[in-house]
Design a protein around this ligand. Sequence first.
Ligand code: AMP
Length: 547
Amino acid sequence: MNGLMMQQPLLISSLLVHAERHHGDQEVVSRRVEGDIHRCTYRELAARSRRMAKALATLGVQPGQRVATLAWNGYRHMELYYAVSGSGAVLHTLNPRLHPDHVVYIADHAEDQVLFFDMTFLPLIEAIAPRVKTIKTFVAMTDRAHMPKDSKVANLLCFEDLVDANDDRFEWPVFDENQASSLCYTSGTTGNPKGVLYSHRSTVLHTFGIALPDALNCSSRDTILPVVPMFHVNAWGLPYAACMMGSKLVFPGPGLDGKSLYELFEAERVTMSAGVPTVWQGLLAYVEANGLKFSTMRRTVIGGSACPPAMMKTFEEGYDVQVLHAWGMTEMSPVGTAAVLKGKHAGLSREQRLAVQATQGRVVYGVDMKIVGANGEELPWDGKVSGELLVRGPWIISSYFKGEGGDPLVPDARGRGWFPTGDVATIDADGYMHITDRSKDVIKSGGEWIGSIDLENIAMAHPSVAMAACIAARHAKWDERPLLIVVKKPGAELTREELLAFFEGRIAKWWTPDDVVFVDAIPLGATGKMLKNRLREQYGDRLLAAG
Ligand code: AMP
């Protein structure tokens, strides 16, 4: 017997309708590429999104077609999030940090029809415009006064002209919630990038999930500043969650250096932020150097790569900011777990508590996870045994766009598909998952695994270390041994011997790295993660001569 409840499709447009109706005067503040600060309300943003939805129709965009963006976090980008997906087309957020060849490949693969871009990326647009096969129209996300005078790009339109040319009398269409809403390509450290195609249903369910108190805990009382880019997995879903909750939103635009971020945090009284660890390094360095404090920021979500416990401690002890460590993947919309404490942790010492918060955390309801051994056998949740991490759930990929790479899922005994994350992890009895490595980054020394993240975290706790990467270097006797690549803090004195001595007592002796290489910078990928494959290419043979 079926239940007798309404069938209402879960559509992204409903989030904006809700924000407009219930939080119409809530603010959205953006630092613009033009350099100034722009303010609007959800009411204004919703009306402009409807006008843009009408404009898309005049550009000939059909439901299901891909509309691309190359843009920073800002209100115009947010308007496109709703205008494109809400009208039934697919928002394709391109990553401007990729090599132009990759951008062309991805735009062609996605068969993008229109490309909206921030003026920062005009040189990139001029370079790719003659090469892309399907993009017919380019739109500069600015007003008439800031349009380029003699651009080489044919068919160049102006965002504000499109908004001005349409009124806001537009009803969001109602369609199947399983229709595609947005598209994001994976970072692709090896091989060609692959597209992850989200649906309205997956996006709305993910939004419910991340907004929960034991997840990212978003509320109408929050002022959220997503540092994580809107071109990287939809800024972890925050532009949707903010509408669902009616939170004030603050967009940093291109100003991602410590000073610009800090000024915006203070001026707009930001309470919550989110980003990858490398961003917070810049911010912490700035506040430390200038003896500053955060007057309203109390929480920040850190994920995308492991947050060093030393950074969590500095945030908490030095600045009264709680770090919420979260884990996920592009293929997971992206949030899978968050390291939120349980009631039973209330009596823990600060050190014990930080140890729980340093794990990648517990699953958000909706996500199911397990760890498996080499033969696919499920491993115990004892916090010790590590295995490959598999996930399933309604906001997790079932197949890549256009079937690229074949069927990614691994069936279990009941024939249900699980997505192999490529991460190696332990899970403890309380369900806290702890990533020890990416499977391709694991160091296999004499057949035993050494977790590179643990070694990086120890190095990062040294006061003279700004950034550390640990890689598997080939070794004549042990096959592989850990090699530490380190960037020192400006002006710091640190020798190889001092740093290696710092590992004593903090880790099993045989895990101690064999050598340290001091470098000026560690290469970062398009989403701010350390490019360990590049380091392996460069330094992978360094220990061979040592024997
Ligand atoms: P991406 O799809 O580019 O966001 O990359 C996803 C991968 O980033 C995951 O499979 C992990 O290897 C890594 N990652 C994300 N969050 C964390 C975290 N909190 N700790 C460690 N690794 C993480």
